[in-house]
Design a protein around this ligand. Structure first.
Ligand code: AMP
Length: 219
């Protein structure tokens, strides 16, 4: 099964993609995670994208094209994928279509998760990463806003550079202006199966709705 998980930053794509990856036994490819790993390992790619990511802007299409091609070709003998964070521009749609053609993926499903922007801003600006246990937590769940509610380590909660209010606002603006038109493109060209899910619900309910819809369209 080949799934593109789609939606604004902060709708829960990463969380749902991880659950689906386990349930359906297909690899999860997150372009954001690939780039963040490149930045933390200070690879050539990481050095090229570090500043762009910190501002919440989009990495150039040609560079992303190389990254995604390499990943998808490596996975060509597996039973599908769940792609999270790509495509994000119309040019990336063309690159992705070409890769799908070459690899004979003709049953790709686009799974859109929708959450209102004001809810996303609240979610992302309160999101913290625990440097000790690597959990993603909400700062409101910490008793003193610095102690990890999962592992109890003090002063371990850090905010990702791209989760600050200004950067989140920029990422949402880019999503609205550049990425969301992809949905109209796919609708008009009728080239993918499309599902829309309400992401403003309990995590398990969102997953339940996704599984129900996937069964209907992707068999
Ligand atoms: P994400 O975790 O998917 O929100 O991605 C984090 C950041 O990585 C984005 O704000 C972009 O700077 C960059 N990025 C990830 N995927 C792409 C993509 N398909 N095209 C351009 N930039 C991307």
């Amino acid at each position: 099964m080949e799934i593109v998980i789609f939606g604004a930053p902060g709708v829960g794509k990463g969380t749902q993609a991880k659950i689906l990856s386990e349930k359906l036994d297909i690899p999860h490819i997150s372009t954001g995670d690939i780039l963040r790993e490149a930045v933390s390992s200070k690879s050539e790619l990481g050095l090229q994208v570090q500043e762009i990511m910190a501002k919440g802007e989009l990495v150039p299409n040609d560079l992303m094209g190389k990254v995604i091609k390499e990943r998808l070709y490596k996975l060509k003998d597996q039973n599908g994928f769940i792609l999270d964070g790509y495509p994000r521009t119309i040019d990336q749609v063309y690159i992705f279509n070409q890769i799908c053609k070459e690899l004979n993926y003709d049953n790709v499903c686009l799974l859109e998760i929708q959450v209102p922007f004001e809810v996303i801003i609240e979610r992302l600006t309160k999101r913290r990463l625990c440097a000790e246990c690597n959990s993603i937590v909400n700062v409101d769940d910490s008793k003193d806003r610095t102690t990890c509610p999962k592992c109890g380590t003090k002063n371990s909660l850090i905010q990702r550079d791209d989760d600050s209010f200004d950067v989140v606002s920029n990422r949402l603006k880019i999503y609205k202006e550049i990425t969301s038109p992809i949905l109209d493109f796919y609708r008009e060209n009728n080239c993918l199966k499309m599902i829309t899910i309400n992401g403003q619900q309990d995590l398990n309910k969102v997953n339940h709705d996704i599984m129900n819809e996937l069964v209907k369209v992707c068999v």
